[in-house]
Design a protein around this ligand. Structure first.
Ligand SMILES: [Zn+2]
Length: 149
């Protein structure tokens, strides 16, 4: 489970300067269960730090991803990359209609992780297990039944 200290600690280890803006990015990632995009993080942190640059969000996220502290989830049918600071093995489930992403804890994914690292000798930093579908709310909307993605 990632928390804000783990994230800022990772940045520090990589030699990045810990600015209040970067702390704000880390705390948003650690507290959010919304799997935010870089743009969403930027919009939120900018409210508190108007001088915030989108590039700072991107380079902070890039560093955290390379360190394995944050997972990149790819897009949820909305062409925007989503990020997840929960690096415990779990399944992400994305709704292709409203683009929300939820977490499903899974023992199978945990077993898969050990199987893969045993078979490959890799030190795994994270995993992306992303299922797509229509959430229960969106299934009720008739125009969604034939939606292609
Ligand atoms: Zn939905």
């Amino acid at each position: 489970m990632s928390n804000i200290q783990a994230l800022t600690g990772a940045l520090q280890q990589s030699g990045m300067r810990i600015t209040p803006q970067r702390v704000a990015i880390c705390s948003l990632l650690a507290e959010s269960h919304e799997h935010p995009t870089a743009r969403q993080i930027y919009e939120q942190v900018k409210r508190e730090y108007p001088s915030m640059a989108l590039a700072t969000v991107y380079n902070t996220l890039d560093t955290l991803v390379k360190l394995g502290a944050v997972n990149v989830l790819g897009h949820a049918g909305d062409d925007h990359v989503h990020y997840d600071a929960d690096t415990e093995p779990h399944v992400n489930l994305a709704c292709v209609s409203c683009h929300k992403i939820i977490d499903i804890p899974s023992d199978h994914v945990r077993h898969l992780d050990s199987e893969i690292s045993a078979a490959s000798g890799y030190k795994l930093l994270g995993a992306r297990v992303l299922y797509y579908g229509l959430c229960p709310d969106c299934q009720g909307q008739p125009h969604n039944n034939l939606k292609t993605w």
